[in-house]
Write a protein that binds this ligand. Structure first.
Ligand code: GA4
Length: 332
């Protein structure tokens, strides 16, 4: 259980960032760990997606140096003077953001960069992210996105195989599409300067990810918690050499609710900064999101109305972080 305590005023515009007293949460002994090279990996992934919508992957094949390099470059960006970082913001939704999350009043103890994975869609804001930093930042971002996209596609192919769906690229082809609406988020949960502010704060409020799949990597600072089916929260111990995979809303729909899009949040411990990078694998804007016909052949069994990713995305940007976004698309 999490206990809300004194709100902290941050500036003229942001009234409150909820502060938390550290309270015991369950340990994570039950979070599944999947070795991607194990012969039974696909079965374990399907089970983890059904039970938790979340799991950790090891033996993923991404070079640890690349993960460290991107982390260092991100840390370098966040260490720039505020005035320079602000030139890449506010996010619309791409670019640099501080404390505000999304356009509808959500706030957190966080600063971040949101980048579209499709370089052709790069905006003035995203170019500004790289204008203050050496070229190696942009190169690390591009190389990392390529590698992590491969991890997403490998996992999605294991999911289709585990579910017995043909063809095996039914899901991965959506993320592989060169026009896929995927993105990368680099998050920095800063330390607090004032002694009085050094308390656990809400870094990123509870929410589900809208896309198909999310692949998260963080430094060795804790903070991520996931919500279990019974509503209890479990703290996920950090592991900087592994990835954590989330089922997103679109995959919940495509499996007709068999996989659950996992609710999660981040509590920021302001004595130790946390840096995370998350790749959100999404489909193209025009992709129709429906239960996969080979999994649920009869339309009358579909739990959701048909919608496009573009429709879902616009409705997500009208919502607050913690809203249940799929509610609008459920069939009566
Ligand atoms: C949550 C998952 C991703 O971080 C994100 C977020 C997006 C944003 O920060 O711009 C959203 C949020 C996320 C869900 C609801 C809307 C959109 C903020 C917000 C209030 C990039 C995404 O795709 O959806």
């Amino acid at each position: 259980m999490v206990v809300l305590s004194q709100p902290v005023a941050l500036d003229n515009h942001i009234s409150v960032i909820p502060t938390y007293k550290p309270v015991p949460v369950l340990t994570s002994h039950s979070i599944p760990v999947v070795d991607l090279t194990h012969p039974e990996a696909k079965t374990l992934i399907v089970k983890a997606c059904e039970e938790f919508g979340f799991f950790k992957v090891v033996n993923h094949g991404v070079c640890p140096d690349l993960m460290t390099r991107l982390e260092q470059e991100a840390v370098g960006f966040f260490a720039l003077p505020q005035s320079l970082k602000n030139q890449a913001g506010p996010p619309e939704p791409y670019g640099y953001g501080s404390k505000r999350i999304g356009p509808n009043g959500d706030v957190g103890w966080i600063e971040y960069i949101l980048l579209n994975a499709n370089p052709q869609l790069s905006s003035a804001k995203t170019s500004a992210v790289f204008s203050q930093s050496p070229l190696i930042f942009r190169e690390a971002v591009e190389e990392y996105m390529k590698e992590v996209k491969e991890v997403s596609c490998k996992v999605l192919e294991m999911i289709t195989e585990g579910l017995g769906i043909e063809p095996r690229d039914s899901l991965s082809k959506m993320v592989r599409d060169e026009k896929s609406d995927s993105c990368l988020r680099l998050n920095h949960y800063p330390t607090a300067e004032e002694e009085a502010e050094k308390m656990v704060k809400l870094g990123f409020g509870e929410h589900t990810d809208p896309q198909i799949i999310s692949v998260l990597r963080s430094n060795n600072t804790s903070g991520l918690q996931i919500c279990m089916k019974d509503g209890s929260w479990v703290a996920v111990p950090p592991d900087h050499s592994s990835f954590f995979i989330n089922v997103g809303d679109a995959l919940q729909v495509m499996t007709n609710g068999r996989f659950k899009s996992v609710k999660h949040k981040v509590l920021a411990d302001t004595r130790k900064s946390r840096v995370s990078m998350i790749y959100f694998g999404g489909p193209t804007l025009s992709q129709k999101i429906t239960p996969l016909p080979s999994l649920v052949p009869k339309q009358e069994d579909w739990l959701y109305k048909e919608f496009t990713w573009s429709q879902y995305k616009s409705s997500a940007y009208k919502s607050k972080l913690g809203d249940y976004r799929l509610g609008l698309f459920e069939r009566q």
